[in-house]
Design a protein around this ligand. Structure first.
Ligand code: 26A
Length: 346
């Protein structure tokens, strides 16, 4: 058998270091945070990071949603399959990230900013919920110039699959569009994750501009509802299969591939709709007992990692979904968005 092509998956988004702690509602209330949400930090949130480190025994864990997905996909795929791009600072947090990605053999090509600090995400775990509050720092300075540098663009041209974390719509929509256009022009696969409710609500214009390029759109049920409410589909906001169908059937640029919409729903079945098909499929998750769960931070990213790894391996949709659910089940038994070592195989 021919050796698999190297670096066929390129991922783009915001590399972050998670400052993760177990806490209670008092801390959420103090900073006006919701138990299950992901937001951009405002001035009032900045003291949260020190407070987590000083008073809550917080752990520093590699994060950044699409970087977690990229690590997850590389965890499954043959060596040298995945490359990830995004912006970091020149500091010890970036060194921790480089160390973590090295462990799974993920190649990173960061845009390094000499002045801005590496982005950080306060991850507050309360029971099965996680509240994420992100100070983007250098991740916010990612620019199209980095992507278009000859050696980076060469990586993009080489790749056959692009995965963009939706959080990047707050940072550099031109880079997202460049990948989408490249995918459509060369009949490659362009995958987007909606990432958080606020993306569909407040970054609607750049999100919608990229929609014609989506070959796969992945989100969870809350993001799906936020999408529906902000896109004139409020009447179906609670109807996950209907939203999946609506997403799958949005206008599409590359008509050689039918779009697939995938909506996860925590412990409820994953919903999959394919453009032009009437049937919406449901896939039960891999059940694990509650006492085995450490935290759900990064579960959705792990799902996407397993799913995309399946696509890269040329698996059918059913198998790719199952691989996503398998990796998500492994990840929630670890601390934060991490994967077990010694490595397990699907
Ligand atoms: C722009 N924002 C808000 C973000 C993020 C983010 N990754 C990129 N951009 N906010 C939270 N995360 C990451 O989500 C993961 C869990 O799904 C966290 O770093 C965490 O690892």
């Amino acid at each position: 058998m021919a050796a698999a092509k190297e670096f066929s998956l390129l991922c783009l988004e915001n590399p972050l270091l998670d400052i993760q702690a177990f806490a209670d509602e008092n801390l959420l209330n103090k900073y006006g945070l919701k138990a299950n949400d992901a937001i951009l930090a405002e001035e009032k949130h900045i003291p949260l990071y020190e407070e987590l480190l000083n008073n809550y025994d917080a752990k520093l864990i590699a994060g950044g949603a699409a970087q977690n997905t990229a690590r997850g996909a590389q965890y499954i795929l043959a060596p040298n399959s995945v490359v990830y791009i995004g912006g970091v600072g020149d500091d010890k947090y970036a060194a921790i990230l480089r160390d973590a990605v090295k462990q799974v053999g993920l190649r990173v090509e960061y845009r390094v900013d000499p002045k801005a600090p590496t982005g950080r995400c306060g991850a507050i775990i309360t029971g099965m919920n996680r509240s994420l509050c992100t100070d983007l720092g250098a991740a916010n300075l990612y620019d199209i110039d980095h992507l278009k540098q000859p050696e980076i663009w060469k990586l993009a041209e080489n790749a056959d699959f692009y995965y963009v974390g939706g959080f990047h719509f707050t940072v550099c929509p031109p880079a997202i569009m460049a990948l989408g256009e490249e995918a459509a022009a060369k009949n490659k696969t362009f995958i987007v994750n909606l990432s958080a409710p606020f993306i569909a609500e407040f970054f609607k214009d750049p999100l919608d501009a990229s929609a014609p390029y989506w070959d796969y759109i992945i989100c969870n049920e809350t993001e799906a509802a936020a999408y529906a409410k902000s896109h004139g589909l409020a009447d179906i906001a609670e109807d996950v299969p209907a939203i999946a169908k609506a997403l799958a059937n949005l206008p599409k640029k590359n008509t050689q591939r039918a779009r697939v919409a995938v909506i996860t729903q925590g412990t409820n079945p994953t919903v999959v709709a394919v453009q032009g098909q009437d049937e919406v499929k449901q896939f039960p998750v891999h059940a694990i007992s509650a006492d085995k769960i450490n935290d759900t931070n990064g579960a959705g990213d792990a799902f996407a990692g397993g799913f995309v790894a399946g696509l890269v391996q040329g698996k059918d949709i059913n198998t790719a979904v199952d691989m996503g659910q398998w990796l998500a089940a492994l990840s929630i038994q670890e601390l934060g968005p991490s994967y077990p070592f010694p490595k397990q195989t699907y």
